[in-house]
Design a protein around this ligand. Sequence first.
Ligand code: ADP
Ligand code: MG
Length: 407
Amino acid sequence: MVKRATLAILGVLLCVLYGCTAAPSDSLLDGYESCRKQVFGNGIVFSASVRGGDTRAALQEMQTLFEEIEADMSLSKADSALSKFNALGAGEQPSNAYESERVRVSRHTYETVLRAMAFYEETQGAFNVAVYPLSRLWHIDTDGLNRYTFAPVHECPAPPAYEEVLQTIDACDIRRLHCEENDGAYYLYKTDPRLQIDLGAVAKGYAADECVRIAKAHGVRSAIIDVSGNISLLGEWYRPAQKAYTPWNIGVTAPRPARGLGGNVCALGVSADKTLVTSGDYERFYVTRSGGNELWVPHIVNGKTGLPLGVAYTGDQYVNTGDHIISATVICNDSAKADAYATAVCLLGKNEGAAFLRAHGMRGLLITADNVMCLVDVNEQSEEGEVYFTLKNEYAAYTRYTLETAR
Ligand code: ADP
Ligand code: MG
Protein backbone atom coordinates (compact mmCIF):
# COMPACT_ATOMS: atom_id res chain seq x y z
CA MET A 1 0.00 0.00 0.00
CA VAL A 2 2.97 2.22 0.27
CA LYS A 3 4.98 3.65 -2.58
CA ARG A 4 6.84 1.02 -4.48
CA ALA A 5 7.77 1.65 -8.06
CA THR A 6 8.86 5.21 -7.52
CA LEU A 7 9.50 7.63 -10.18
CA ALA A 8 13.12 7.49 -10.82
CA ILE A 9 12.76 10.93 -10.66
CA LEU A 10 13.46 9.84 -7.20
CA GLY A 11 13.08 12.17 -4.33
CA VAL A 12 10.80 14.25 -6.43
CA LEU A 13 8.99 16.71 -4.22
CA LEU A 14 5.88 18.20 -5.60
CA CYS A 15 4.38 21.61 -5.12
CA VAL A 16 1.21 22.49 -3.37
CA LEU A 17 -2.09 22.93 -5.05
CA TYR A 18 -5.70 23.06 -4.05
CA GLY A 19 -5.54 21.44 -0.65
CA CYS A 20 -2.65 19.11 -1.39
CA THR A 21 0.17 18.82 1.11
CA ALA A 22 2.82 21.45 0.70
CA ALA A 23 6.21 20.53 -0.70
CA PRO A 24 8.73 22.47 -2.75
CA SER A 25 8.82 21.90 -6.45
CA ASP A 26 11.63 19.82 -7.92
CA SER A 27 13.50 20.58 -11.11
CA LEU A 28 12.77 17.12 -12.55
CA LEU A 29 9.17 18.14 -13.00
CA ASP A 30 9.72 21.77 -13.86
CA GLY A 31 7.02 22.95 -16.15
CA TYR A 32 4.42 20.66 -14.54
CA GLU A 33 1.64 21.56 -12.20
CA SER A 34 1.49 19.09 -9.31
CA CYS A 35 -0.49 17.91 -6.36
CA ARG A 36 0.12 15.41 -3.61
CA LYS A 37 -2.45 14.05 -1.21
CA GLN A 38 -2.93 11.30 1.36
CA VAL A 39 -5.75 9.09 0.15
CA PHE A 40 -7.55 5.99 1.44
CA GLY A 41 -5.85 6.55 4.84
CA ASN A 42 -2.93 4.35 5.92
CA GLY A 43 -0.08 6.13 4.19
CA ILE A 44 -1.34 5.79 0.64
CA VAL A 45 -0.20 8.82 -1.28
CA PHE A 46 -1.60 10.05 -4.54
CA SER A 47 0.48 12.45 -6.55
CA ALA A 48 -0.01 13.83 -10.00
CA SER A 49 1.99 16.18 -12.19
CA VAL A 50 0.35 17.46 -15.31
CA ARG A 51 1.43 19.69 -18.19
CA GLY A 52 -0.67 21.28 -20.93
CA GLY A 53 -4.41 21.80 -21.08
CA ASP A 54 -6.50 22.84 -18.09
CA THR A 55 -4.12 21.50 -15.44
CA ARG A 56 -5.95 23.08 -12.54
CA ALA A 57 -9.32 21.57 -13.39
CA ALA A 58 -7.72 18.17 -14.04
CA LEU A 59 -6.01 18.06 -10.63
CA GLN A 60 -9.15 19.22 -8.88
CA GLU A 61 -11.26 16.53 -10.54
CA MET A 62 -8.73 13.82 -9.66
CA GLN A 63 -8.94 14.74 -6.00
CA THR A 64 -12.72 14.61 -6.08
CA LEU A 65 -12.44 11.15 -7.65
CA PHE A 66 -10.36 9.89 -4.70
CA GLU A 67 -12.88 11.23 -2.24
CA GLU A 68 -15.66 9.34 -4.05
CA ILE A 69 -13.67 6.11 -4.22
CA GLU A 70 -12.67 6.28 -0.57
CA ALA A 71 -16.24 6.93 0.61
CA ASP A 72 -17.34 3.76 -1.14
CA MET A 73 -14.43 1.29 -1.02
CA SER A 74 -12.57 2.05 2.21
CA LEU A 75 -12.58 -0.74 4.78
CA SER A 76 -11.21 1.58 7.47
CA LYS A 77 -14.47 3.54 7.40
CA ALA A 78 -17.33 1.62 9.00
CA ASP A 79 -19.90 3.55 6.97
CA SER A 80 -18.39 2.92 3.52
CA ALA A 81 -20.49 0.87 1.11
CA LEU A 82 -17.96 -1.98 1.18
CA SER A 83 -17.82 -2.07 4.99
CA LYS A 84 -21.62 -2.29 5.02
CA PHE A 85 -21.51 -5.03 2.43
CA ASN A 86 -18.89 -6.99 4.39
CA ALA A 87 -20.97 -6.71 7.58
CA LEU A 88 -24.01 -8.34 5.97
CA GLY A 89 -24.70 -11.87 7.19
CA ALA A 90 -22.27 -11.67 10.14
CA GLY A 91 -22.67 -14.73 12.35
CA GLU A 92 -25.10 -16.47 9.98
CA GLN A 93 -24.44 -19.98 8.69
CA PRO A 94 -24.09 -20.60 4.95
CA SER A 95 -26.99 -22.31 3.23
CA ASN A 96 -28.18 -22.73 -0.33
CA ALA A 97 -31.07 -20.40 0.37
CA TYR A 98 -28.95 -17.55 1.68
CA GLU A 99 -29.14 -14.28 -0.24
CA SER A 100 -28.17 -11.01 1.39
CA GLU A 101 -29.88 -7.69 0.91
CA ARG A 102 -28.50 -5.38 -1.79
CA VAL A 103 -25.98 -2.69 -0.89
CA ARG A 104 -25.98 0.30 -3.17
CA VAL A 105 -22.50 1.18 -4.47
CA SER A 106 -21.04 3.82 -6.77
CA ARG A 107 -20.27 3.23 -10.43
CA HIS A 108 -16.57 3.13 -9.45
CA THR A 109 -17.11 0.20 -7.10
CA TYR A 110 -19.42 -1.59 -9.51
CA GLU A 111 -16.92 -1.33 -12.35
CA THR A 112 -14.01 -2.31 -10.13
CA VAL A 113 -15.88 -5.39 -8.88
CA LEU A 114 -16.80 -6.43 -12.43
CA ARG A 115 -13.18 -6.14 -13.45
CA ALA A 116 -12.04 -8.00 -10.34
CA MET A 117 -14.36 -10.88 -11.26
CA ALA A 118 -12.83 -11.00 -14.75
CA PHE A 119 -9.29 -10.92 -13.29
CA TYR A 120 -10.19 -13.90 -11.11
CA GLU A 121 -11.06 -15.89 -14.24
CA GLU A 122 -8.05 -14.65 -16.22
CA THR A 123 -5.59 -15.55 -13.45
CA GLN A 124 -7.25 -18.89 -12.72
CA GLY A 125 -8.17 -17.76 -9.24
CA ALA A 126 -4.80 -16.30 -8.19
CA PHE A 127 -6.36 -12.84 -8.09
CA ASN A 128 -9.30 -13.06 -5.74
CA VAL A 129 -10.77 -10.02 -3.97
CA ALA A 130 -12.77 -12.40 -1.75
CA VAL A 131 -9.69 -13.57 0.21
CA TYR A 132 -10.53 -11.02 2.92
CA PRO A 133 -11.59 -13.65 5.52
CA LEU A 134 -8.12 -15.21 5.11
CA SER A 135 -6.45 -11.79 5.34
CA ARG A 136 -8.25 -11.24 8.64
CA LEU A 137 -7.40 -14.70 9.94
CA TRP A 138 -3.71 -14.05 9.27
CA HIS A 139 -3.90 -10.43 10.58
CA ILE A 140 -2.78 -9.10 7.21
CA ASP A 141 -5.85 -6.95 6.66
CA THR A 142 -5.25 -3.22 7.04
CA ASP A 143 -6.10 -3.26 10.72
CA GLY A 144 -3.68 -6.13 11.45
CA LEU A 145 -0.88 -4.62 9.40
CA ASN A 146 -1.28 -1.21 11.00
CA ARG A 147 -0.76 -2.92 14.35
CA TYR A 148 2.05 -5.33 13.55
CA THR A 149 4.13 -4.07 10.62
CA PHE A 150 6.67 -2.39 12.85
CA ALA A 151 6.08 -4.44 15.99
CA PRO A 152 8.81 -6.65 17.52
CA VAL A 153 8.48 -10.39 16.74
CA HIS A 154 7.22 -11.36 20.20
CA GLU A 155 4.32 -8.90 19.92
CA CYS A 156 3.12 -10.25 16.57
CA PRO A 157 0.31 -12.81 16.50
CA ALA A 158 1.08 -16.51 16.25
CA PRO A 159 0.00 -18.05 12.92
CA PRO A 160 -3.51 -19.53 12.86
CA ALA A 161 -4.05 -23.29 13.27
CA TYR A 162 -3.85 -25.02 9.91
CA GLU A 163 -7.35 -26.49 10.41
CA GLU A 164 -8.74 -22.99 10.71
CA VAL A 165 -6.92 -21.94 7.54
CA LEU A 166 -8.51 -24.80 5.61
CA GLN A 167 -11.96 -23.96 6.93
CA THR A 168 -11.59 -20.30 5.98
CA ILE A 169 -10.71 -21.08 2.33
CA ASP A 170 -14.32 -22.12 1.83
CA ALA A 171 -15.51 -18.63 2.81
CA CYS A 172 -13.48 -17.05 -0.01
CA ASP A 173 -15.52 -18.16 -3.00
CA ILE A 174 -15.90 -15.10 -5.25
CA ARG A 175 -18.62 -16.88 -7.21
CA ARG A 176 -20.91 -16.05 -4.29
CA LEU A 177 -20.43 -12.34 -4.98
CA HIS A 178 -23.00 -10.71 -7.27
CA CYS A 179 -23.41 -7.33 -8.99
CA GLU A 180 -26.57 -5.78 -10.31
CA GLU A 181 -27.45 -2.66 -12.25
CA ASN A 182 -30.97 -1.31 -12.01
CA ASP A 183 -32.05 1.96 -13.67
CA GLY A 184 -28.58 3.44 -13.43
CA ALA A 185 -28.10 2.40 -9.79
CA TYR A 186 -25.53 -0.22 -8.82
CA TYR A 187 -25.77 -2.91 -6.14
CA LEU A 188 -23.76 -5.75 -4.62
CA TYR A 189 -25.12 -8.78 -2.81
CA LYS A 190 -23.80 -12.16 -1.65
CA THR A 191 -25.05 -15.70 -1.50
CA ASP A 192 -22.69 -16.75 1.31
CA PRO A 193 -22.97 -14.84 4.61
CA ARG A 194 -19.23 -15.32 5.22
CA LEU A 195 -18.19 -13.59 1.99
CA GLN A 196 -16.22 -10.36 2.43
CA ILE A 197 -14.23 -8.44 -0.14
CA ASP A 198 -11.27 -6.07 -0.21
CA LEU A 199 -10.52 -4.17 -3.42
CA GLY A 200 -7.06 -3.08 -2.21
CA ALA A 201 -5.19 -4.93 -4.95
CA VAL A 202 -7.04 -3.28 -7.83
CA ALA A 203 -8.54 0.02 -6.60
CA LYS A 204 -5.33 2.01 -6.97
CA GLY A 205 -4.98 0.83 -10.56
CA TYR A 206 -8.61 1.67 -11.27
CA ALA A 207 -8.06 5.15 -9.80
CA ALA A 208 -4.89 5.67 -11.86
CA ASP A 209 -6.76 4.78 -15.07
CA GLU A 210 -9.54 7.22 -14.17
CA CYS A 211 -6.97 9.96 -13.50
CA VAL A 212 -5.50 9.47 -16.97
CA ARG A 213 -8.99 9.68 -18.44
CA ILE A 214 -9.61 12.92 -16.51
CA ALA A 215 -6.27 14.37 -17.64
CA LYS A 216 -7.04 13.60 -21.27
CA ALA A 217 -10.51 15.12 -20.99
CA HIS A 218 -8.88 18.38 -19.83
CA GLY A 219 -6.44 18.44 -22.72
CA VAL A 220 -3.38 17.53 -20.64
CA ARG A 221 -0.44 16.62 -22.86
CA SER A 222 1.93 15.00 -20.37
CA ALA A 223 1.24 13.56 -16.93
CA ILE A 224 2.62 11.25 -14.31
CA ILE A 225 0.09 9.84 -11.88
CA ASP A 226 1.40 7.90 -8.88
CA VAL A 227 -1.03 6.15 -6.56
CA SER A 228 1.35 4.66 -4.01
CA GLY A 229 3.42 2.86 -6.58
CA ASN A 230 0.80 2.41 -9.28
CA ILE A 231 2.30 4.72 -11.86
CA SER A 232 0.46 5.84 -14.98
CA LEU A 233 2.07 7.97 -17.64
CA LEU A 234 0.33 10.14 -20.19
CA GLY A 235 2.47 11.25 -23.09
CA GLU A 236 6.22 11.68 -22.63
CA TRP A 237 8.29 13.48 -20.01
CA TYR A 238 8.99 17.13 -20.77
CA ARG A 239 12.59 18.17 -20.17
CA PRO A 240 12.85 21.95 -20.07
CA ALA A 241 16.65 21.94 -20.52
CA GLN A 242 16.30 20.07 -23.80
CA LYS A 243 12.98 21.71 -24.66
CA ALA A 244 11.86 18.25 -25.69
CA TYR A 245 9.70 15.30 -24.67
CA THR A 246 11.64 12.10 -23.86
CA PRO A 247 10.80 8.64 -22.44
CA TRP A 248 10.19 8.54 -18.69
CA ASN A 249 12.66 7.03 -16.21
CA ILE A 250 10.92 5.01 -13.54
CA GLY A 251 12.81 3.51 -10.61
CA VAL A 252 12.02 0.01 -9.33
CA THR A 253 12.33 -0.07 -5.55
CA ALA A 254 14.87 -2.51 -4.09
CA PRO A 255 12.81 -5.13 -2.23
CA ARG A 256 15.57 -6.03 0.25
CA PRO A 257 17.84 -3.00 0.50
CA ALA A 258 20.90 -3.29 2.66
CA ARG A 259 19.58 -1.04 5.41
CA GLY A 260 15.86 -0.46 5.92
CA LEU A 261 13.67 0.60 3.04
CA GLY A 262 14.73 2.76 0.18
CA GLY A 263 16.79 2.79 -2.96
CA ASN A 264 16.13 1.37 -6.39
CA VAL A 265 17.43 -1.78 -8.06
CA CYS A 266 17.34 -0.13 -11.47
CA ALA A 267 15.31 2.31 -13.48
CA LEU A 268 13.21 1.55 -16.51
CA GLY A 269 12.99 3.82 -19.51
CA VAL A 270 9.34 3.80 -20.50
CA SER A 271 7.68 5.21 -23.59
CA ALA A 272 4.49 7.28 -23.63
CA ASP A 273 1.11 6.16 -22.27
CA LYS A 274 2.19 3.23 -20.14
CA THR A 275 1.49 2.13 -16.61
CA LEU A 276 3.87 0.36 -14.21
CA VAL A 277 2.67 -1.40 -11.11
CA THR A 278 4.75 -3.23 -8.52
CA SER A 279 3.49 -5.66 -5.91
CA GLY A 280 5.65 -7.45 -3.41
CA ASP A 281 6.11 -8.75 0.09
CA TYR A 282 8.44 -6.11 1.45
CA GLU A 283 6.38 -3.19 2.70
CA ARG A 284 3.19 -4.63 4.17
CA PHE A 285 4.17 -7.61 6.35
CA TYR A 286 5.07 -8.61 9.88
CA VAL A 287 7.47 -11.18 11.27
CA THR A 288 6.26 -13.76 13.78
CA ARG A 289 7.44 -17.23 14.89
CA SER A 290 6.34 -20.71 13.90
CA GLY A 291 7.92 -23.85 15.40
CA GLY A 292 10.71 -21.77 16.89
CA ASN A 293 11.66 -20.13 13.57
CA GLU A 294 10.91 -16.66 12.27
CA LEU A 295 8.10 -16.44 9.75
CA TRP A 296 7.68 -13.53 7.34
CA VAL A 297 3.95 -12.92 6.78
CA PRO A 298 3.17 -10.51 3.89
CA HIS A 299 -0.19 -9.03 2.83
CA ILE A 300 -0.84 -11.09 -0.30
CA VAL A 301 -2.64 -14.36 0.38
CA ASN A 302 -3.31 -17.39 -1.77
CA GLY A 303 -7.04 -18.15 -1.80
CA LYS A 304 -6.45 -21.75 -2.84
CA THR A 305 -3.91 -22.77 -0.19
CA GLY A 306 -5.01 -20.24 2.43
CA LEU A 307 -1.37 -19.28 2.96
CA PRO A 308 0.30 -15.88 2.57
CA LEU A 309 2.80 -15.32 -0.26
CA GLY A 310 6.03 -17.23 0.42
CA VAL A 311 4.58 -19.30 3.27
CA ALA A 312 4.30 -23.13 3.21
CA TYR A 313 2.97 -25.62 5.74
CA THR A 314 5.19 -28.61 6.52
CA GLY A 315 2.67 -30.67 8.51
CA ASP A 316 3.60 -29.27 11.91
CA GLN A 317 4.75 -25.70 11.27
CA TYR A 318 4.80 -22.87 8.78
CA VAL A 319 8.00 -21.95 6.94
CA ASN A 320 9.01 -19.40 4.34
CA THR A 321 9.80 -20.78 0.90
CA GLY A 322 13.16 -19.67 -0.42
CA ASP A 323 12.41 -18.79 -4.04
CA HIS A 324 9.07 -16.99 -4.15
CA ILE A 325 8.57 -13.63 -5.84
CA ILE A 326 9.27 -10.70 -3.56
CA SER A 327 8.70 -7.99 -6.18
CA ALA A 328 6.70 -8.14 -9.41
CA THR A 329 6.53 -5.14 -11.72
CA VAL A 330 4.06 -5.25 -14.58
CA ILE A 331 4.11 -2.82 -17.51
CA CYS A 332 1.17 -2.36 -19.90
CA ASN A 333 -1.43 0.27 -20.75
CA ASP A 334 -4.21 -0.67 -18.32
CA SER A 335 -3.42 0.12 -14.70
CA ALA A 336 -6.30 -1.82 -13.10
CA LYS A 337 -5.18 -4.90 -14.98
CA ALA A 338 -1.49 -4.28 -14.18
CA ASP A 339 -2.39 -3.91 -10.49
CA ALA A 340 -4.36 -7.17 -10.41
CA TYR A 341 -1.82 -9.07 -12.48
CA ALA A 342 1.12 -7.86 -10.36
CA THR A 343 -0.60 -9.28 -7.28
CA ALA A 344 -1.50 -12.52 -9.09
CA VAL A 345 1.98 -12.98 -10.55
CA CYS A 346 3.48 -12.88 -7.05
CA LEU A 347 1.38 -15.94 -6.24
CA LEU A 348 2.06 -17.70 -9.54
CA GLY A 349 5.81 -17.66 -8.95
CA LYS A 350 8.62 -16.72 -11.32
CA ASN A 351 8.30 -19.21 -14.17
CA GLU A 352 4.53 -19.41 -14.31
CA GLY A 353 4.25 -15.67 -13.68
CA ALA A 354 6.64 -14.79 -16.52
CA ALA A 355 4.81 -17.14 -18.91
CA PHE A 356 1.50 -15.62 -17.83
CA LEU A 357 2.68 -12.06 -18.53
CA ARG A 358 4.07 -13.01 -21.95
CA ALA A 359 0.89 -14.83 -22.88
CA HIS A 360 -1.02 -11.62 -22.08
CA GLY A 361 1.36 -9.38 -24.04
CA MET A 362 2.72 -7.66 -20.95
CA ARG A 363 6.22 -6.73 -19.93
CA GLY A 364 7.60 -7.01 -16.46
CA LEU A 365 10.41 -7.55 -14.03
CA LEU A 366 10.20 -10.26 -11.38
CA ILE A 367 12.55 -10.53 -8.40
CA THR A 368 12.70 -13.64 -6.23
CA ALA A 369 13.80 -14.26 -2.64
CA ASP A 370 16.85 -16.15 -3.96
CA ASN A 371 18.04 -13.08 -5.89
CA VAL A 372 16.99 -13.85 -9.44
CA MET A 373 15.81 -10.95 -11.58
CA CYS A 374 13.68 -12.21 -14.43
CA LEU A 375 13.14 -9.83 -17.35
CA VAL A 376 9.91 -10.29 -19.26
CA ASP A 377 10.23 -8.51 -22.61
CA VAL A 378 12.41 -5.88 -21.06
CA ASN A 379 15.91 -5.36 -22.46
CA GLU A 380 19.01 -4.87 -20.44
CA GLN A 381 20.50 -2.55 -23.05
CA SER A 382 19.54 1.05 -22.83
CA GLU A 383 19.19 1.83 -26.52
CA GLU A 384 16.83 -0.77 -27.87
CA GLY A 385 13.22 -1.55 -27.44
CA GLU A 386 10.24 0.24 -26.13
CA VAL A 387 11.05 -0.52 -22.49
CA TYR A 388 14.57 -0.98 -21.31
CA PHE A 389 16.89 -0.52 -18.39
CA THR A 390 18.48 2.79 -17.85
CA LEU A 391 20.97 3.94 -15.27
CA LYS A 392 21.45 0.40 -13.94
CA ASN A 393 25.12 1.07 -13.29
CA GLU A 394 24.14 3.67 -10.77
CA TYR A 395 22.24 1.15 -8.69
CA ALA A 396 24.55 -1.04 -6.62
CA ALA A 397 21.64 -3.34 -5.69
CA TYR A 398 21.31 -4.39 -9.33
CA THR A 399 24.56 -6.31 -9.30
CA ARG A 400 23.44 -8.80 -6.68
CA TYR A 401 20.86 -10.44 -8.95
CA THR A 402 21.30 -13.31 -11.34
CA LEU A 403 19.63 -12.18 -14.54
CA GLU A 404 17.20 -14.34 -16.47
CA THR A 405 15.31 -13.51 -19.63
CA ALA A 406 11.85 -15.04 -19.94
CA ARG A 407 11.35 -16.81 -23.29
P1 ADP B 1 -0.47 -2.96 -2.54
O1 ADP B 1 -1.89 -2.71 -2.17
O2 ADP B 1 0.47 -3.05 -1.42
O3 ADP B 1 0.00 -2.09 -3.63
P2 ADP B 1 -1.34 -5.28 -3.96
O4 ADP B 1 -1.84 -4.55 -5.15
O5 ADP B 1 -0.62 -6.53 -4.22
O6 ADP B 1 -0.39 -4.41 -3.10
O7 ADP B 1 -2.59 -5.55 -3.05
C1 ADP B 1 -2.49 -6.24 -1.85
C2 ADP B 1 -3.83 -6.15 -1.15
O8 ADP B 1 -4.78 -6.88 -1.88
C3 ADP B 1 -3.81 -6.78 0.21
O9 ADP B 1 -3.54 -5.82 1.19
C4 ADP B 1 -5.21 -7.35 0.32
O10 ADP B 1 -6.09 -6.32 0.70
C5 ADP B 1 -5.55 -7.72 -1.07
N1 ADP B 1 -5.18 -9.11 -1.46
C6 ADP B 1 -4.39 -9.99 -0.80
N2 ADP B 1 -4.28 -11.15 -1.49
C7 ADP B 1 -5.01 -10.99 -2.62
C8 ADP B 1 -5.32 -11.84 -3.72
N3 ADP B 1 -4.83 -13.09 -3.81
N4 ADP B 1 -6.12 -11.36 -4.69
C9 ADP B 1 -6.63 -10.11 -4.62
N5 ADP B 1 -6.40 -9.27 -3.59
C10 ADP B 1 -5.60 -9.69 -2.61
MG1 MG C 1 -2.25 -5.21 -7.03
